[in-house]
Structures are given as structure tokens and as C-alpha cells.
Design a protein around this ligand. Sequence first.
Ligand SMILES: C=C(O[C@@H]1C=C(C(=O)O)C=C[C@H]1O)C(=O)O
Length: 279
Amino acid sequence: MNQVPFAVSLLRRGIDGLDDAMLLLLAGRRRLVAGLAASKRRGGLPACDPAREHAVLARGDGLARRLGLPPGLARGQLALLIADGRHLQGLAADGLPVPDAPFPNPNPGDQAMVGAPTHPYLRWLPPPRRWAPVLRRVPQAWQRQLLERAVGQLLDKPLRAGELGFLQGRRIGIEVPDLGLAWVLGLEDGRLRSVDGPAEASVRGSATDLLLLASRLEDADTLFFQRRLELTGDTELGLTARNLLDRLPWEEVPLAVRIALNRGARAARAAREAWRAGR
Ligand SMILES: C=C(O[C@@H]1C=C(C(=O)O)C=C[C@H]1O)C(=O)O
């Protein structure tokens, strides 16, 4: 039998990773719908909301257009999700209650989510460590590109002002053990790039804590003091980088990036609190 070309197996790994990610997202959506079902019931709202369904489909159409997806593809997928959302709430595919089903009629596994206290659904979102196997399948080159872009956006101004000059020729590591990810960054041609080789100094922390730091919802001192962040390797280089991050004029970070970071960090923190409370 012919050997499968490297490019084919590499691309298949990427596809497997995306398929896994889509199923994880699907599980997350179902958890949210189950939580929402309980909230709607408490608020006296009907389980089926055709106007909302219409809005979900219309949003999907808009995004699909911008992404260049074939017409109808997004709508078909979202229609399946909505049908599942109805089913989760004990409704038939046409949105009418299933005649003999006790309402709500969630799947047995979803029973615990319906009627649980505030924000219970966040607990059911997969925690970062569950994403690790999926993220590991994302090709290194993509990971690096994403990281470079994210760090580039965050540090755009200081980079252009030459304030990161002390990183020239040095290598700083970022380690996110719960996601199973680690990168090494260096300054090349005035841009922060993901580079090969060991880091001289590294910052290590959970995905949520690093996000809280990046979004300024928690400060570096607290996180280091509580050992939620760790600095390893060349302490002087690490501290210089840390101090610079502390002094960064947050208002110079593009607004969209600040908002995205803030929302992401808040959601991650709430999810972590919900998992801890649920254990
Ligand atoms: C999730 C909801 O419940 C139902 C399911 C929907 C969905 O899966 O997107 C949308 C509207 C509702 O008919 C909701 O009200 O938002």
C-alpha cells in the first residue's frame, strides 16, 4: 500500500482537532441551553422562542457570508442545533411540547443542570485541561502565528516605541500547563516572534490566571504572591519583563482587544469558580 504523504496526515490531524473542538463546543452549547431552559422557566418565559431562533439563524447567515461559507451551510448546521435545543427543553422538532413528556424533558444526564443555582452552566463548560488534547492537535505553526498576533496586538504601542528593546536576542517563555502549551518568544526585527530553543526566563500559570493578568482583572503582584504565577530561570530578565507589563499603559491597548480580554477573563474566572463550587 502507498504510504500516506506527510501533508495528508498533517492536514488530517488538523481536521481531527477541529472536529474534536466542534464537538466540545456542541457539548458547551447544550449545557448553556439546559441552564437557559431553567432560567426561562423561572422567569415564566416560553421554552420555544421563534424570534430568537430567527435571530440565531440571521446572525449565522451574516457570519457565514463574511467567512465565505457556501450559502445554506451555516443555516443547515444552526437549524440542527436549534432542533437539538428544542429537544433538550422537551419540545418536539416543530417547537410544540412533546405530548406525554413531563416538562422539561432534558436528557437524563442534563437533569442536574436544569434548576441549579445561578451560573451553574459554567461548571459544565469543559475546563482548560480538557481542551489540552484538542489544542495539542493544532499544528505548532498555527499556534505560533496566533500567539504572535495576540502578543503583537497587546504590545503594539510599546513595541513601536522601542520599549521592548531589552528583549533583543533574549528568549522569554510562557507556559500554560493546564492547556499543555508552552512557547518561547523573542524580539526579531522589532516584532515579538515565537522562536525555537529553551527560554532564558519563563512565566508559568494556568490559562485562567494568565488571562486575568493579561486583562488586568488581577495584578501581577497578587498572582505571584499567591503563587498562581511562577517565574523561573533568569530572574532579572523575568522581573524586567514583568515590571514592563505592569507599567504598560492599558488604555493604549486597542479597545476591541481590551473588551475581548476582559470578557474572556471574566468568563474563565466565573467558570473556574463554578467548577470549584460544584466539586
Ligand atoms: C436556547 C433557547 O431556546 C430555544 C432554542 C434555541 C437555540 O437552540 O438556539 C433558540 C430559541 C428557543 O426556541 C433560547 O431561548 O435562546
